[in-house]
Design a protein around this ligand. Structure first.
Ligand code: SF4
Ligand code: SF4
Length: 288
């Protein structure tokens, strides 16, 4: 069973919830935890598992053009047809800005002199370790300025599949882009997390469109529900029976994470609230 923790907006508590649920479910089942937030992976921090990776694997899922200047006749067609403005004619020759290039390959196709060839590049890495909680953590990172986040996510999930497991807990990227779509593919259940802010609620509805496109069953958790009780109530009414639980706002959570203390190792109210969500999930799945 693949459980995706997703949200539209960032910073709503996905990783906190994913790390705690992974630790709780690991007591009963064989699980694997997966960090698919390749632009800002932080599940390792919430699990107090930073560094000391057992394995770091390269990911090569992007490509950049290589220009053969001997063949180039300075026609400028590649520059005109690059939608990302990654090519610029300098002294009559096209020059590439690596950070703007999306590796789409249009320049290779358009070049009449066959002077451009797309070459594969390493755009990220996958990090794997066995955690002290006896389940593996598979994480990954898209390198700064690189493209292909969705493809990196797909590779991370392939590595995670290699571990024997009953359940996979996936911490997704925020938003609705490629890494989120790649995370949601073949998921069995989505736990959406939101906060009672206008952007939190609006981004939740956006990501829900993607979740519903894939016809994945979902439930909702409202984090920091007490920062705006009126809006939290509105979201609660909107979600109806989909609401699985609420988590209170507590400044102490930030202190705990700054000291690399997993939520389940604290005595904060949030620990009790997450345990309640865990109980509700267990109940839900045992009823099915
Ligand atoms: S399209 Fe080809 S020939 Fe024309 S400027 Fe670009 S690299 Fe040179
Ligand atoms: S691969 Fe695409 S984005 Fe990169 S330089 Fe060529 S046309 Fe531009």
């Amino acid at each position: 069973m693949k459980v995706i923790i997703a949200s539209g907006k960032g910073g709503v508590g996905k990783s906190m919830l994913c790390s705690a649920l992974a630790m709780l479910f690991a007591k009963e089942r064989k699980i694997v935890s997966v960090d698919c937030d390749v632009d800002a992976p932080n599940l390792a921090i919430w699990l107090n598992e930073i560094g000391n990776w057992d394995k770091i694997l390269p990911v090569v899922t992007s490509a950049k053009p290589e220009i053969d200047y001997k063949k180039c006749n300075s026609c400028g067609l590649c520059v005109k047809n690059c939608r990302f403005n990654a090519l610029e004619l300098k002294k009559g020759k096209p020059e590439l800005n690596q950070f703007l290039c999306e590796g789409c390959g249009a320049c290779e196709v358009i070049c009449p002199q066959k002077a451009i060839i797309l070459k594969s590049v390493q755009n990220g890495e996958i990090r794997i370790k066995k955690t002290k909680y006896s389940f593996p953590l598979v994480s990954g990172q898209l390198y700064p300025g690189e493209t292909g986040s969705g493809k990196v996510v797909t590779e991370i999930k392939k590595e995670a599949e290699k571990f024997k497991h009953d359940m996979m807990f996936i911490d997704s990227s925020p938003g609705t882009g490629c890494p989120v779509i790649a995370s949601l593919q073949d998921a069995n259940f989505t736990l959406l997390v939101t906060e009672p802010t206008p952007s939190g609620f609006s981004d939740l509805k956006r990501v829900l469109k993607v979740v519903e496109h894939f016809r994945i069953p979902w439930k909702l958790v409202i984090n920091k529900w007490d920062i705006n009780k009126k809006l939290a109530d509105k979201i609660k009414k909107w979600a109806g029976r989909r609401l699985l639980g609420k988590i209170s706002y507590d400044k102490e959570i930030f202190k705990a994470i700054a000291n690399l203390k997993p939520i389940l190792k604290t005595n904060l109210k949030v620990k009790k609230e997450i345990k309640e969500i865990f109980k509700n999930l267990n109940q839900l799945w045992s009823d099915q």
